[in-house]
Design a protein around this ligand. Structure first.
Ligand code: CMC
Length: 391
């Protein structure tokens, strides 16, 4: 073990090579399979991006239609999954329920469990399709509705919105602004190379556990406030600033003093040392969405002011802390009428293609070995067992 060095948080350790996503943190560049995120955000749809991430190339029109149809066919969920979801208290933390539900999918669809081509293709489609329905069901649970089945052949984003927002009759007029904004937000979240949840998916999968177990663990990692939970935490932070009566300047001063452990949620990133390119797109759509749907402009103005003050403050400048994707997403989700507990599950829905693509790449890479880091032991040297009466 002479060569072992400790690298907390894996700041300088590459765990794999990957051909999926490229990030240049200094220049604020993000590309999926070589395509700039800005171009995908403008021209693509979520399932098209999912296909790109998973299969490596943009689909032809026929390939995309077949993929969309296949996902649509698998949106129907087993009654057992509904019972499973209904067995949790309505106020249950949705990310915990989601993680459990994804793990349980392997028991309802055992034919998709395995590492052969047939199984992994089926699991890919199952995970994309079923997660959309389960996340929409989580919303129905939060808002008090019964769980309705998807309609055969319904389009992915439309069916998701219909299940999430319709009343008991299952009817919903989908606002085109909401449809487009959701598609875009899902695209922006679709992959981000070796982040905490994706690394978790890979490390669980490296033991040859099945993809459902790996993704379920990834959902657990995503739930933390330093990762996917930051979108919810950022919105709560805006509300707390308003309630406390502090000015934005006073709040920034508290963050700098590290008073009460305050951090500026939605700011900072391990890799980006400039503006998160996803944040730029989210800020732009926040402007449009809030304008068209009548969101909370007062909070949006406060968030923009918070950003402005932080970006001109030495503390943030020296540490290269910029807004990340989570700074403005909560505001957009709110304007779209998603309840706050749904924000992080929406991130999970978006990240699903990235988890799947990384799992598959890990599985196909002959250099993959079981993830098993070393440690530097700092405990006691050998000592003899002490009898109970002598302690
Ligand atoms: N507010 C105040 N100070 C901060 C912040 C922040 N948001 N982020 C980092 N710092 C400071 C930190 O205190 C440290 O200062 P010092 O060197 O004086 O001790 C320095 O900046 C470096 O921070 P770090 O914690 O060592 O950096 P990291 O790469 O380990 O952490 C991070 C990255 C994203 C966890 C962190 O920036 C953070 O906690 N941000 C807030 C939570 C957040 O927005 N997370 C979402 C990340 S993007 C999407 C996602 O992954 O879900």
């Amino acid at each position: 073990t002479g060569l072992v060095t400790v690298d907390p948080g894996f700041m300088n350790t590459a765990s794999c090579s990957s051909a999926i996503t490229y990030i240049d943190g200094d220049l604020g560049i993000l590309r999926y399979r070589g395509y700039p995120i800005e171009q995908l955000a403008e021209h693509s749809t979520f399932l098209e991006v999912a296909y790109l991430l998973i299969h490596g190339e943009l689909p032809s029109a026929d390939e995309l239609m077949a993929f969309n149809n296949r996902v649509a066919r698998h949106m129907h969920v087993h009654e057992g999954i509904k019972s499973f979801l209904n067995s949790f208290p309505r106020e249950a933390q949705p990310m915990a329920v989601l993680s459990g539900a994804v793990s349980a999918l392997s028991t309802f669809y055992p034919e998709s469990v395995g590492r052969g081509e047939y199984e992994i293709e089926l699991a890919t489609v199952q995970l994309l399709a079923k997660t959309a329905v389960v996340v929409a069901y989580l919303q129905r649970r939060v808002t008090g509705g019964e769980l309705i089945q998807p309609r055969p052949g319904g389009l992915y984003v439309d069916e998701f919105l219909r299940i999430a927002f319709s009343g008991q009759d299952g009817e919903l007029d989908i606002d085109p602004t909401v449809r487009r904004a959701l598609d875009l937000l899902l695209i922006l979240h679709a992959d981000h190379e070796q982040n905490c949840s994706t690394s978790t998916v890979r490390i669980v999968g490296s033991s040859q556990a099945n993809i459902y177990a790996a993704v379920s663990a990834g959902i657990g990692a995503l739930s933390g406030p330093l990762h996917g939970g930051a979108n919810e935490a950022a919105l709560k932070m805006f509300d707390q600033i308003k309630e406390s009566g502090d000015t934005v300047e006073q709040f920034v001063a508290k963050v700098k003093d590290r008073a009460e452990g305050a951090r500026l949620m939605g700011f900072g990133h391990r890799v980006y040392k400039s503006y998160d390119p996803r944040g730029t797109v989210v800020k732009r759509i926040a402007d449009q969405v809030l304008d068209q749907l009548g969101g909370n402009n007062e909070t949006f103005d406060m968030a923009k002011r918070l950003e402005e003050i932080a970006l001109s403050d030495d503390y943030f400048v020296e540490r290269k802390l910029y807004p990340n994707v989570d700074f403005y997403t909560g505001l957009v989700y709110s304007a779209m009428k998603f309840p706050v507990p749904m924000f992080t599950p929406l991130f999970a829905l978006g990240r699903m293609p990235g988890w799947i693509a990384n799992f598959r790449e890990m599985m196909d890479d002959p250099r993959t070995k079981i993830g098993r880091p070393r440690q530097i032991y700092t405990g006691s040297v050998e000592r003899d067992y002490t009898a109970m009466e002598e302690r």
